[in-house]
Design a protein around this ligand. Structure first.
Ligand SMILES: Cc1cc2nc3c(=O)[nH]c(=O)nc-3n(C[C@H](O)[C@H](O)[C@H](O)COP(=O)(O)O)c2cc1C
Length: 221
């Protein structure tokens, strides 16, 4: 199995999938990992299998998706932390899936909500989904901003540079990459930009920063 650094490098959004099903050991591993993530985060992430409708209509066609019948529904209690938490824990799932040899794509807009496919407890809402499966291709790297535009700190220590470089590999809605990082003492202030799903993007970028820099979540100011 590839490691997390390699998974960040190899992950690209994939929108066309083969009909190879998710089954056997891979499916067991995905389910066990989702249980762990839910226990840690308090989110209600749900794996949806054999559900062709969410990506069967015009929206998905417009978004250039094909062959998507499996996805992760990112559900949680509606509140100020929901989007960032979905980003952070959803990207953990994405990188784990990549390590298992799967492909994925975050999807906030170009899918149809199918309410019968997932469950919502009192006060919960569906934030977005992650399409999942065996890709027709492995995707390709996105155009990334130089790290000088993702950092507000000029004199960057090595660990901070590695964090920002890893964040530059992160998927963002419309490839916006509007987040930024600033070193304050030995803590880091992470800011979201303004735009659709920018708090989800921030959660994803913060996870990449932690993995690249080797720091844990105590690094955040
Ligand atoms: C929060 C979020 C929402 C996204 N929503 C969509 C979407 O609705 N449709 C789509 O085709 N791609 C969507 N994407 C995928 C982005 O377009 C993609 O991550 C970005 O272009 C960078 O490319 P990469 O993932 O290959 O690195 C979304 C990504 C994120 C992080």
């Amino acid at each position: 199995m590839i490691d997390l650094q390699q998974a960040m490098l190899e992950r690209h959004s994939v929108r066309s999938y083969t009909d190879r099903p998710l089954d056997g050991e891979v499916l067991d591993q995905l389910r066990a990992y989702i249980d762990q993530l839910n226990a840690r985060s308090g989110l209600h992430l749900q794996l949806v299998l054999n559900e062709p409708e969410a990506f069967g209509g015009m929206l998905a066609h417009y978004g250039r998706f094909s062959g998507v019948t499996s996805y992760l529904a990112l559900v949680g209690l509606d509140g100020p932390c929901l989007e960032e938490d979905c980003g952070y824990f959803g990207e953990k799932f994405v990188l784990y899936a990549q390590r298992l040899g799967l492909n994925s794509c975050w999807v906030g807009g170009t899918f149809k909500k199918v309410p019968s496919a997932f469950s919502l407890a009192e006060g919960e809402k569906l934030c977005l989904v992650i399409a999942l499966g065996y890709g027709q291709t492995q995707g390709r790297p996105h155009r990334g901003k130089p790290i000088s535009r993702l950092s507000r700190t000029r004199d960057m220590p090595e660990w901070f540079v590695r964090g920002v470089e890893a964040a530059a590999l992160a998927p963002t809605a419309l490839n916006q990459q509007k987040f930024s990082f600033e070193l304050t003492g030995d803590k880091v202030l992470a800011r979201a930009g303004i735009g659709p799903f920018s708090k989800v993007d921030l959660g994803i970028a913060k996870l990449h920063f932690e993995l690249g820099s080797g720091r844990d979540s105590s690094v955040w100011l």
